[in-house]
Design a protein around this ligand. Structure first.
Ligand code: LRH
Ligand code: MN
Ligand code: MN
Length: 429
């Protein structure tokens, strides 16, 4: 039994919206033409854009206080892939999935066959040395790649190599390493020795990378370590990428910075020095909140994309970042949140494509701060929804993915075959 959205439902929902969309698209096209912008060129770029879905995002997340699972939660990676297939079917913006090992461990041939049947590919592999697994010889309680104990470090390195091997078999081309290593008390760890141990272990992972692979290291200011974190910011992350070599890059998770940090400027710096590996898109208000992309500060997302489009336009050397979502859904249907988030990322991209870069350059050179910022705002304020919707429609997706998804009854059908999960007692405070 296939759970995918039936073409009848998709066509019916699209049919009800097609005429309005055509009018909105024409009207926007006319207004953009007045600004010297070809709407079809923007649409073509948007249509070619893709952001990877995190396999772990399709299950209901949770906090350390509780988890409230929804109906029809995916049971395993194959259910997760089906959910990702729906997201791609309706949005046409998420052609690949990023796996997390060992959560998604399975026979590579089965993974590949399932993904192929859904028209999905595999993005970066993610290793997990921030929690212990059943039967594991050494605990990560006091760290993994930077642990004081050599055998624990070796186990963490070995796990990363296993992720590379699985990734290789399914067509992935990158490994993302995020560790929770750090300390909870001043004095608990020797900062320098701890980082030396990390670098030595990371070098071993780097050495195991296939020729055409990239290694992404992800910085995060705090949590689970609450006093110090080994890879705490983009400075340390950049040092790692420099130390390891040309296949090592920095991954920027938007939620992993202190509030008010100028993330778009970090992005610009990493681009300038050829070390921007990719993104984990999400949004935050206070810390690593893992909220839906663009739900809190869509302007910041736009400003990040403004840097990306700037780099793309001037063909910055070696510029090819990976784009992934990384969110935790606590109160929404994860499929709806991921579809909405993929569209938010696309929206920021489309808006950034509208920036009059020639005018902006001129205002920057003449120190016209007001007009420079107004130039950005003019792009950000443009409602690009007709461009996104038309790109989706033309590539076989839904004009309004959430509406089509709801009309399809997918979740209820999933709940019939996927047993209900209780959140009772799930808190780990
Ligand atoms: C760490 C993190 C990391 C992933 C995910 C599960 O906060 O964002 O990118 O491994 O959580
Ligand atoms: Mn992340
Ligand atoms: Mn995170």
């Amino acid at each position: 039994m296939t759970l995918m959205i039936g073409s009848d439902v998709l066509e019916k929902d699209n049919a009800a919206r097609k005429a309005d969309l055509a009018r909105d698209y024409d009207s926007l096209g006319e207004r953009l033409a007045r600004r010297g912008i070809d709407i079809n060129a923007v649409k073509a770029k948007v249509a070619a854009y893709g952001v990877a879905v995190p396999s772990w995002g399709v299950g209901t997340g949770g906090t350390r206080f509780a988890r409230f699972p929804g109906a029809g939660e995916p049971r395993h990676i194959f259910d997760k892939l089906e959910d990702c297939g729906v997201i791609q079917q309706l949005t046409r913006a998420t052609p690949s999935v990023s796996l997390h090992i060992p959560w998604d461990k399975a026979d590579p041939a089965d993974l590949k066959a399932k993904a192929d049947s859904l028209g999905l590919g595999f993005d970066a592999m993610n290793s997990n040395t921030f929690q212990d697994q059943a039967g594991q010889a050494h605990s990560y309680k006091f760290g993994s790649l930077s642990h004081t104990d050599a055998a624990t470090r070796a186990q963490a390195v070995e796990h990363n190599i296993e992720c590379i091997e699985l990734g290789r078999a399914i067509g992935s081309k990158a490994l993302t390493v995020w560790i929770g290593d750090g300390s909870n008390f001043p004095g608990q760890a020797h900062f320098t020795r701890q980082f030396e141990r990390y670098l030595e272990a990371a070098r071993q992972i780097y050495t195991a990378l296939p020729e055409d692979w990239r290694l992404f290291t992800e910085h995060k200011m705090y949590e689970p370590a609450f006093y110090s974190t080994v890879v705490q910011d983009w400075g340390t992350n950049y040092l790692i990428a420099q130390e390891l070599g040309p296949k090592a890059f920095c991954l920027v998770d938007l939620g992993h910075h202190a509030p008010n940090v100028n993330i778009e400027m970090i992005v610009a710096r990493l681009i300038q020095f050829g070390k921007l590996g990719g993104f984990h898109f999400n949004d935050s208000k206070y810390g690593d909140d893992d909220l839906d992309t663009g739900s809190i500060d869509p302007y910041r997302l736009f400003l990040v994309f403004n840097e990306l489009v700037d780099a793309e336009t001037r063909k910055a050397p070696g510029f090819a970042p990976s784009h992934m979502l990384d969110q935790s859904h606590n109160v929404t249907d994860p499929i709806e949140s991921l579809m909405a988030s993929a569209m938010e990322v696309q929206r920021a991209y489309a808006q950034a494509l509208l920036v009059d870069r020639k005018a902006l350059d001129g205002f920057q050179d003449s120190n016209d701060a007001l007009m420079a910022t107004t130039t950005l705002k003019a792009a950000f304020r443009t409602d690009v929804e007709p461009i996104l919707a038309m790109a989706r429609l033309e590539s076989g997706g839904a004009i309004d993915p959430v509406s089509t998804y709801r009309a399809s009854g997918y979740r209820a059908r999933a709940a019939e075959v996927r047993p209900a999960v209780s959140g009772a007692g799930g808190g780990i405070v």
